[in-house]
Design a protein around this ligand. Structure first.
Ligand SMILES: Cc1cc2nc3c(=O)[nH]c(=O)nc-3n(C[C@H](O)[C@H](O)[C@H](O)COP(=O)(O)O)c2cc1C
Ligand code: SF4
Ligand code: SF4
Length: 283
């Protein structure tokens, strides 16, 4: 059964405890999720890992001080969606801002994607190992598309059930592997690295700075309701004279594109979306 929560459900700040652990083993989860897919996988993994670990979950764009939970962690879980073969800007910022604190840490990585990244988990994994951490587990999870203004379009409801059920089972297996100490390091070998870089990341990262100002808001549709302003994880949006506008800081999470009640926002597509992604929790 798939658990039901609200649109783009967040798990930040949640604490999970189980009577099963005897010593105080701490798991700190740091995640970023634009439209709920990664939050969905995090919830599932945490459900299993909480059997052994006292767990706290943090959204890296949530504004909390993350140094202390990172210092205290016996195990760290990093989770994020892949964008053009690269980790999202908020996750990269978090990792680099806390570089010194990863030394000696055991780290698991969960990366979500629509269909392919090559070495998505390893993109962050290699950096974390450079900082002195040990990646004990890494996995990729195929999830629904959230780029609503792309030619692929989006699916909701029953159409997603099979994909989410599969992802849920994979998340359970991944968490069990972590508990059993079994090896699983998806994307860390040379071939996925080369494919991930040359097929996507090289081109994505090249124009990334310029793309941050590309958000388009159709003023004839916008009614100034501020739903997009409230939802943006990096405060990129503002409303002036009753119309929303971006301020060049977009991190491409696609939350506002999928939430705007007037379908006024598009990012990489030429036109605003015909249908919006409602997130995995409403399936
Ligand atoms: C800007 C952007 C770029 C993306 N690039 C890729 C990609 O390169 N490969 C892929 O398989 N999925 C890609 N996706 C799909 C997302 O990674 C996928 O839907 C993810 O699970 C979304 O997670 P979230 O709901 O936690 O934000 C991209 C999505 C966005 C918004
Ligand atoms: S959510 Fe849509 S309608 Fe509301 S302010 Fe933002 S762009 Fe305008
Ligand atoms: S402007 Fe929209 S797509 Fe860009 S970061 Fe904010 S919510 Fe995400």
């Amino acid at each position: 059964m798939i658990e039901k929560f609200s649109v783009f459900d967040r798990c930040a700040g949640t604490k999970h405890a189980s009577s099963a652990y005897t010593e105080s083993m701490k798991l700190s989860v740091f995640y970023f999720s634009g439209t709920g897919n990664t939050a969905f996988i995090v919830k599932r993994i945490v459900k299993t890992l909480s059997r052994r670990y006292e767990t706290a979950v943090y959204d890296v764009a949530g504004g909390a001080d993350l140094a202390q939970p990172l210092k205290e962690a016996d195990l760290v879980l990093i989770a994020f969606p892949i964008y053009g073969g690269a980790p999202p800007i908020p996750m990269r910022r978090f990792v680099h801002a806390h570089a010194d604190l990863f030394r000696g840490k055991n780290i698991a990585i969960a990366e979500t994607q629509y269909f392919f990244s090559g070495d998505g988990a390893a993109t962050i994994g290699r950096t974390l190992e450079k900082f002195g951490g040990t990646v004990i587990a890494a996995e990729h999870f195929n999830m629904p598309n959230n780029i609503a203004d792309s030619k692929f379009g989006v699916k909701n409801g029953e159409e997603l059930r099979k994909k989410l059920t599969y992802a849920q089972v994979k998340a359970d297996k991944f968490a069990e592997k972590i508990l059993d100490g079994k090896k699983c390091r998806r994307g860390f070998t040379l071939l996925p690295h080369a494919v991930g870089y040359y097929s996507q990341r090289k081109y994505w990262r090249k124009g990334e700075a310029e793309k941050r100002g590309k958000l388009k808001i159709d003023p004839s549709r916008c009614v100034g309701c501020r739903a997009c302003v409230k939802s943006c994880p990096v405060s990129n949006l503002t409303v002036e004279h009753g119309k929303a506008k971006g301020t060049g800081k977009c991190v491409f999470c696609y939350r506002c594109v999928n939430l705007c009640p007037k379908k006024a926002i598009s990012l990489f597509g030429k036109e605003p979306p015909k249908a919006q992604y409602k997130g995995p929790f409403l399936c």
